[in-house]
Design a protein around this ligand. Structure first.
Ligand SMILES: [Zn+2]
Length: 235
């Protein structure tokens, strides 16, 4: 149940209330805001007293949430996208005849008859990213596999939410198409990481030494990849 409480400061606080079989009041900040788990027998006024006592803590947490929250892509004209670590602008043109997608410096230009259909725009853009990703990743795999002296069998794109790459004993490599949004050196790192697994199917010191042999600065790249991660998931 959705509630609004006016705090003594005059601020309005919105929260979701869930009554549970429990003894204490639990406050949780989630992606959608404040959620309160309260015992079934506690009265609304007792509950509000507790919220007022915790108001400072709640406000701090909610502020942090809005500061760090990364918005999802709106599939419309002039939206900013990421490509190889750079920002590009989506330029959508209404065109009844053409369905072209063109990448020019700083822009991804789409021509389509149903330009206001966000699902159609998203589909078209993601298709384009996947196509570019396949060509881009294949080229990097070629370069680094010959450096390392290993053969891989195939490259496929993945759509995983949390993994950037994987490989198996059949030497099949999967890379997340969303990586195409990351800077080239980060993509290279993921490529080298997966290729190193073709020699060492674990994360042992021997494995990391193999990674380092083709990508010396892997520790910094691993950290950078983590910090890029939320941004790479806006699409
Ligand atoms: Zn690994």
């Amino acid at each position: 149940m959705s509630h609004t409480l006016t705090l003594p400061t005059g601020d309005q606080l919105h929260y979701q209330l869930e009554r549970r079989q429990r003894r204490t009041v639990g406050l949780k900040i989630t992606a959608t805001g404040l959620v309160i788990h309260a015992p079934k027998r506690i009265s609304q006024s007792q509950l509000e007293d507790i919220i007022v006592l915790k108001a400072d803590w709640i406000r701090k947490k909610l502020t942090a949430l809005t500061l760090y929250k990364i918005p999802v892509v709106q599939w419309q004209d002039s939206e900013q996208l990421l490509l190889l670590g750079n920002t590009i602008t989506l330029a959508i043109e209404h065109n009844v005849r053409s369905k072209a997608v063109e990448h020019t410096p700083g822009f991804l230009q789409l021509a389509m008859p149903n330009h206001a259909d966000q699902a159609a725009v998203s589909h078209k853009v993601i298709q384009w990213y996947k196509k570019q990703a396949l060509a881009d990743f294949a080229r990097r795999l070629e370069i680094f596999s010959s450096k390392l002296g290993v053969d891989f069998k195939s490259l496929t794109l993945s759509n995983a939410k949390s993994r950037w790459g994987s490989c198996n004993s059949r030497k099949e490599i999967r890379l997340n198409w969303r990586l195409l949004q990351a800077p080239p050196h980060i993509i290279n790192y993921v490529v080298c990481h997966e290729l190193a697994h073709l020699k060492e199917m674990n994360h042992s010191p021997k494995f990391w030494a193999t990674v380092a042999s083709i990508y010396p600065d892997y520790k910094a790249a691993e950290k950078e990849l983590k910090s890029w991660s939320p941004k790479l998931h806006i699409m």
